[in-house]
Ligand binder design. Structure first.
Ligand code: HEM
Length: 255
């Protein structure tokens, strides 16, 4: 316990915590994207995958709690390190508030981080909690499909194509993904810097890796709302919209 306290009390320790938790979150983003890209296959593909995850509550809840702890540590070390940096330089250079040498994305790390958090809260309400009234479509809980195995499951494919068919939802996701790109392109490079890789040989490679990885994630994530806006899955979306309407009318009729 004392070791944990000692790591937290040293600023280098907090930098390591930030780099380590950042690396784990980067790993989550790659795995999540790989899962989501299955939307480009037939609807059964992503629906079977989502059903598989839902049928393993131990795995899902373990991952959720782990993610929550990782995000908590990442945010706490960010706040603490930035407060420490401000305290070390109470008078801004030449009275100018922003350090002029820092690139735009490093100065906006806290702002992009907070916006990404706000996006994740909306995203969880949108696609995980299936909160009614925030998706611009209808009650996603009524979207049901039959998998090739004959099992009834949630139609995640329909949820995605209906969800991103709403222009302001797609726009909000694209803005959040652009901020995530900025956050990652700086954060990934800083992560290696915290681990000591800032030599003449390594630094250009680290920066190239950070750029390429963050662009790849941006293109991957953005491709989903963009493809839906361009018409992907529109037939499936029409049928699903119809069954949602049916569920609502059926519900009214039942009362
Ligand atoms: C086009 C982009 C995205 C799509 C289509 C998408 C899709 C989804 C779906 C369908 C779920 C619900 C899984 C389920 O409960 O069955 C989900 C959950 C989640 N997403 Fe995304 N996602 C996207 C981007 C992101 C981004 C950028 C982040 C993080 C910054 C993120 C973080 C999460 C988290 C933390 C969960 C909760 C996992 C859980 O607890 O079940 N997603 N996403």
């Amino acid at each position: 316990m004392d070791l944990v306290g000692r790591i937290w009390r040293s600023s280098l320790g907090r930098k390591y915590i930030m780099a380590g938790t950042g690396a784990l979150l980067f790993g989550f983003l790659i795995a999540h994207l790989a899962g989501n890209l299955q939307v480009f296959g037939p609807p059964d593909l992503i629906n079977t995958y989502a059903y598989f995850l839902k049928s393993k509550p131990g795995l899902v809840w373990g991952a959720r709690l782990g993610l929550l702890a990782i995000v908590g540590l990442h945010v706490m070390s960010a706040i603490s390190l930035s407060a420490q940096n401000r305290a070390a330089r109470p008078v801004p250079y030449g009275g100018v508030k922003t350090p002029y040498a820092a690139p735009l994305n490093s100065r906006t790390m806290l702002l992009s981080g907070v916006t990404i958090m706000a996006f994740v809260i909306y995203h969880l309400l949108h696609f995980t909690a299936l909160a009614n009234g925030i998706n611009g479509v209808g009650d996603f809980r009524h979207l049901e499909t039959t998998l090739p195995t004959g099992v009834k499951a949630h139609d995640v494919y329909a949820m995605m194509v209906l969800g991103f068919g709403v222009w302001w939802v797609s726009l909000a996701y694209l803005i959040a993904q652009a901020l995530l790109f900025m956050h990652l392109s700086h954060g990934l490079a800083s992560m290696f810097q915290s681990l000591g890789l800032r030599s003449h040989t390594w630094w250009p490679r680290v920066q190239l890796f950070a750029k390429v990885a963050s662009i790849a994630l941006f293109v991957g994530y953005a491709s989903i709302p963009v493809a839906v806006m361009a018409g992907m899955g529109s037939d499936h979306a029409k049928k699903a919209q119809h069954s949602l309407q049916h569920a609502v009318d059926g519900g009214k009729g039942g009362h």
